[in-house]
Ligand binder design. Sequence first.
Ligand SMILES: Cc1ncc(COP(=O)(O)O)c(C=O)c1O
Length: 375
Amino acid sequence: MTIDPKNFRDLDPGERVLMGPGPSNVSPRVLSALGAPCIGHLDPYFLSIMDETQALLRALFQTENQLTIPVSGTGSAGMETCFVNLVQPGDKVVIGVNGVFGTRMSDVASRLGAEVTRVEAEWGRAVDPGDIRQAALQEKPKIIALVHAETSTGVRQPIGGLRDIADECGALLLLDTVTSLGGIEVAVDKWGIDAVYSGTQKCLSCPPGLSPISLSARAMEVLKKRKTKVPNWYLDMSLVADYWGSSRKYHHTAPVNMIYALREALRLIVEEGMAARFERHLTNHQALVAGLEAMGLSMLVKPEERLPMLNAVVVPDGVDELKVRQRLLAEYGIEIGGGLGDLSGKIWRVGLMGFSCSRRNVTLFLSALERVLWA
Ligand SMILES: Cc1ncc(COP(=O)(O)O)c(C=O)c1O
């Protein structure tokens, strides 16, 4: 087969304002870090970059956990990593399910042979901690798992009291922070979280491709005492830890330039200051909601359960929600998301994540939406 190079254009995706459920816009500093020379994954300079990346991740997760690293793969790889290392066939797992990602967790855990108990809540509401406690006391699970920021609905899951529930039944606590990390507080040690994972493409404003994770000493002990090998070689943290730890033993070739990018994104967060960053997300969210409500639109989630970085807006009766999204993209270069599952066609998901979370974008989006809807 011959192939004509003229049929393949120069790469030129154009500019977009990324205000969907992720990815978010990437800072020019992160993009230029991606373009730094690729060096060997065992090069002493790169090893020092790995150490700095781990230190920055520990600061962001607010943890002293030794195993705090970016897994090579997207957020779902982080989810798989947490479950595949801690679950053995027949283990009981209690999972809060109020959207797509709790549902995905249940699928991942049951594929590993776990006995999964789903604690359900309506999509658009937080899972009731009382329901979690009741299921946990009844099942005595090995793991209680929840989604901190349910991207499919814009719901923030309260974390207070979960450690006490886990202690009552001797369970590990596992938390999905893919959308929350970098936009609201994630305090791994203070909250007593044993396994946590995130993604680079949301509030960290880095391209998709890595999943920061952290495992507590308690989780590492469970991993060490497994009777069977971790059934996934690539995600086996007892092997990967040897590359990120002092022995620097080759496991797989690290995605060198993505780790440069993540380190730069984390440096930006530390420079801004975590409190200032969380405040920026909150105030832009408040401005967005005020503008939407002034236009007569309403939010899916009640105020006390709303995430600042993911805003679920109810599509007004008679409006073709897909057409609105298509016009926003074509006429203004603005990307927002539609609803998933039962919420398909019923909501828009408007992201205010990391670099995309600015007063300028809020104003631009509100005026573009107003024109597309009513003008
Ligand atoms: C809460 C949550 N968990 C997990 C994932 C999966 O991450 P990824 O799509 O990067 O694999 C996502 C992605 O949107 C998410 O929002």
